[in-house]
Design a protein around this ligand. Sequence first.
Ligand SMILES: [Zn+2]
Length: 421
Amino acid sequence: MESFLRFLFFPSFLLLLMLPCCSLFAADQPRPSSLRIHCGSLLDPASDTVSRDVVILIEDGIVKQVGPASQASSGDAEVDVSHGFCLPGLIDVHDHLTSEPKDAGYQSLGVSFPREAVTGAKNARLTLLAGFTTVRNVGAGGYSDVALRDDINAGEIPGPRLFVSGPPLGITGGHCDNDLLAPQFQATSEGVADGPWAARRKVREVIKYGADLIKICASGGVLSKGDAVGTEQYTLEEMRAIVEEAHKLGRKVAAHAHGTQAIKDAIVAGIDSIEHSSLIDEEGIELAKQHHTYLVFDIYNDTYILNEGPKVGMLPESIEKEKATGKLLRANFRKAYLAGAPLAFGTDGGVYPHGDNAKQFATMVEWGAKPIDAATVNAASLLNLDGKAGTVKPRIIRRYHCGRIRPAGECRRVVAREIGR
Ligand SMILES: [Zn+2]
């Protein structure tokens, strides 16, 4: 399986293209400067079409040509999938690589941050082998997700291209706080910040320590103790402050939000994606469409929580909460899909075993959706990877002459002019 080719081969002759992110090969292995892949079929999720007998030419890790096999140039190396099916690497925008289902409830108290990082290394590999070449990790302790991302980027361990949030922000006693221990333990989670200015400070802090995005808890949750799923947690005022601060610093914000009003407040505050979205109503769906806010429905894991949750130590109240919300989440997913709301594919990996991410496709189809664009072009757009992931198209690299450059790499002066491709 390990090869310089940066591709995943499946027994069913399915080839997922994973350029130019993640690596399954050792950093010192030689790579060909150009590679020709002959696909029997190639899926383009953007146009929802399948082309037959196609060749993809890749140079220095970038797709340079996609076209009929009869007209394609040759490469230094060739991969023959002429009897197989090719598609872009898949994207999961809601994952927890550093945790496992058995870490639920009181068992979570015995897991150290270094252990989370090691668990993350194992799960990053599993998730990549499951066909997911880009993952957004939304919430991890001790910046274990930052260490994981940096190790993958350094080529030291195999894994998907990662976007990580560090510790999630939340209110005292909320879904993103540690509510398991008695008062004498004075336990508070790293991301707790109450009030607009404390929340702004926390945004600055997690970015300082390496977060690519901000994750917040806008409502109660299923796997937390003592809060109701539908209740609001962060206020509109707090969320506006978080969004303003994060966007100013070039980061997007993902909000855990099950509750009807919490979802609407999060969208109005300018949050970029709503995680779970369980109790969204028609007004919330319309707001998501108006603001182009991505809804991330993790519609597979209900099956796992109800069947396996009690066996792996999830709290009895969590099972009850899942019974009350799981079906509603699925029905509301269908409503949002039919209404044409922006959807991105996120599964809440870690609640169910890592590597099973693709099971959610089957559940989405069962509930009447055609979900491939949610896990490719839509997810790429949410992650600012348009044209770089979620599709297999020749990539145009533009070069600009800038007066001055911002830290984010953009031209500061509008005198920028394109000087070539
Ligand atoms: Zn989650």
